[in-house]
Design a protein around this ligand. Sequence first.
Ligand code: SF4
Length: 377
Amino acid sequence: MPGLYLHVPFCRKACHYCDFHFSTQQSYRLRMVQAMVQEMGLRKAELKSPVLTSVYFGGGTPSLLSEQELVVLWQGILAHFHIAENAEITLELNPEDATLEKLNFYKNLGINRLSIGVQSFRQEDLTFMNRAHNTAQAQHALDLIVKVGFPAFTLDLMYGLPNLSREAWKENLRKAFAYQPPHFSAYCLHLEEKTVWHNWIAQGKMSPPLVENALAHWDILQDMATAQGYENYEISNFAKHGQYARHNTAYWQAEPYLGIGAAAHSFDGQVRRMNPSNNHTYMLAIESGKTVYQEEALVLHERYNEYVLIALRTMWGFSLAHIATHFGLTFKNHAQQKMQTFLDNQNMLALPTGHFALTASGKKIADYISTELFYLP
Ligand code: SF4
């Protein structure tokens, strides 16, 4: 059964590392959520089933929405889809928005999972990132989530930062584990073009992050997360057994989902669709009753490459049988031949399921291994 993603394209301020689509001009938030409901009506038939197993409010900053705006979106979802019993319903919450009233409102509405954008528990990191919250707000948000007894939550952390020492990274992890999150994500700093940090480095105003620092952080992360009983089920994601993010896992397993809102992506099982990363272009088209996405039809070898890339990032790995069935014997033979080096070097191992996944050493060079397995005609 499919998932629904809602992109709320507003933020208080621009974080210095972020290349997601958002606007800091928020005067038309209500108009935007109304357009998003309209888009649900225009596009719901793209999903073969109207029964949703996951709903994900992402962004941007969905916790910026007022109660009224969120209710408009929620009622739109209920008008156009059915939410399965036990569906995972996640909302991304920025720490500065967390209040007891707001968390109770989310819980009563039906949201059963919060994703908290902590990033770091050190003020100097948050200031350097240009985050809108401070360390006290990050801890307060997590305290409230525990107090309210939110059914599930996850938090985001970032490592590989230029000024984050190894000891400081350990301390960040210790602070996160103190809340016993069932799930957390740890992202290595990746410098995206058109971000402030990318420009600062190009202008010599900031030192580029060191690869050896990121690798040392990665080793610390693996050791400390394993000691706490987390499974590294996707390269950037860690969960207690079985508490995997269902929305994201469905995406990694190429399940269909509908993405609503400016810059949202969708996949119906065959075709990928992308909405424009421009709020006004998006709203004007939807308000005139027209969809506004571009389609991306991947050819066979691109679909194989995408499968390998995504599957190798997960603990479930990739399957030669799946490759043979979905892409043909040429691709299966190609993968089998290319993967042998990595099996010999113990960067990859065979699982009892018949799949092949990366070992701890393989995860450090995951991008390289994927590239080696790619099929380039
Ligand atoms: S709050 Fe999130 S989406 Fe908004 S600028 Fe910061 S990282 Fe990007």
